[in-house]
Design a protein. Structure first.
Length: 94
């Protein structure tokens, strides 16, 4: 994507490309609960191609706050526990 940035900008498609990249990451994160019950933020970052556990935490927290995902994050261990879809008590634990 970065390799072709100039071409995308020249075609005025760069915003579309960055939007797609963000949507793709959120989609991959939404798929994780079907395979894992718990997963570290570091592992989430690796699974979906994010640069750090902090970036994964920001993404997961944003998805929890918008209702896209039911999960809780243990702030001490950095582990995300995916909740069943019926459990709407999603939080960040300290």
């Amino acid at each position: 994507m970065i390799v072709h940035r100039d071409a995308f900008k020249a075609d005025r498609n760069w915003n579309l490309v960055t939007l797609f990249a963000a949507i793709r990451v959120r989609h991959w994160i939404r798929q994780l609960p079907s395979t894992y019950g718990t997963l570290s933020l570091h592992a989430i970052a690796e699974q979906v191609g994010l640069s750090s556990a902090a970036e994964a935490e920001r993404q997961v927290l944003a998805m929890i706050s918008t209702g896209e995902m039911c999960a809780s994050i243990d702030g001490v261990t950095g582990v995300v526990r995916f909740n069943s879809s019926g459990d709407r008590k999603s939080t960040r634990l300290n």
